[in-house]
Design a protein around this ligand. Structure first.
Ligand SMILES: [Fe+2]
Length: 270
């Protein structure tokens, strides 16, 4: 056994997701000031970022896409000395992210190469549709990344959940061609995990030797196992993930101490 690789440390990353920033940072959504709830999570994550290699931001960065809102987000992130990798959610405009998130530590890349691992980021959004779908172009991008790096363990990131959550209303918006996605991934056994946003709740399931990881939002949370839309009265949070040299993944969710001020749990729509 190589003593160096045996002793090697895991790569630690932080996933923060579904900020739903509004064009006016003073406004609220579901009773919450999404700007402040995002900043509270970012601050907590930042204070616990010793040894963190990068932040992963898995979509719904904004609720109201505009150059100005993305630039405001970029200014917040540019204060950090850690690379931030973004991908779009159904509320985002991928082209505006590409145009406006251009700070030196803020990236919109499809493939991130790390020591022994890679992260492949996909765009699962469909214009004008809340549900998810991977176009042939995105599936080709995934396949090319996996073929290109046959010796690296891989996690794949996207916005939409490929698995149902158990909430009927939310599952109408899951990745609609998940079968195609899983069929492709099955050909590459070094893919170890799928990481996503969108579901505004924690999820950690094993499926086909894959770890399927969903994450709380930085603002309002969806109540698990509900037929109709319902908010959960739990604090916002984020997920840390450690990628080990032997291909193992350790992970957990961290939540803040209190629910965001003003949360309107009686909200009836999303
Ligand atoms: Fe969201």
């Amino acid at each position: 056994m190589n003593p160096v690789s045996h002793m090697a440390k895991p790569i630690r990353i932080i996933q923060i997701t579904d900020f739903h920033l509004l064009s006016d940072p003073k406004r609220t959504m579901m009773g919450i000031n999404t700007e402040q709830s995002f900043l509270a999570v970012l601050q907590h994550a930042w204070q616990h970022s010793d040894g963190v290699a990068l932040y992963l931001m898995t979509g719904d960065l904004v609720q109201e896409p505009s150059i100005a809102t993305y630039q405001r987000l970029q200014e917040r992130l540019s204060c950090l000395s850690i690379p931030c990798y973004c991908l779009p959610g159904n509320h985002d405009d991928p082209e505006l992210i590409r145009l406006s998130m251009v700070e030196s530590n803020v990236h919109y890349h499809s493939q991130i190469l790390l020591d022994g691992w890679q992260i492949i980021c996909l765009d699962s959004t469909l214009p004008g549709n809340a549900g998810g779908y991977l176009t042939q172009n995105q599936l080709d991008l995934l396949e090319a990344g996996l073929v290109d790096q046959p010796k690296r363990y891989t996690i794949v990131c996207l916005h939409h959940s490929p698995l149902p959550t158990g909430s009927d209303w939310l599952d109408t918006m899951k990745l609609s061609n998940a079968n195609e996605f899983f069929k492709l991934i099955k050909r590459f056994p070094l893919v170890k995990g799928i990481v996503y946003g969108h579901i505004h709740q924690a999820m950690d399931e094993q499926f086909q030797n894959l770890r399927l990881l969903g994450c709380p939002s930085t603002c309002f949370q969806f109540k698990p196992d509900c037929k109709d839309f319902a908010l959960d009265q739990v604090p916002q949070g984020y997920r840390w993930i450690e990628l080990h040299p032997n291909g193992d993944i350790s992970t957990d969710v961290v939540r803040l101490d209190t629910v965001p001020q003003g949360l309107d749990v009686a909200s009836s729509g999303y």
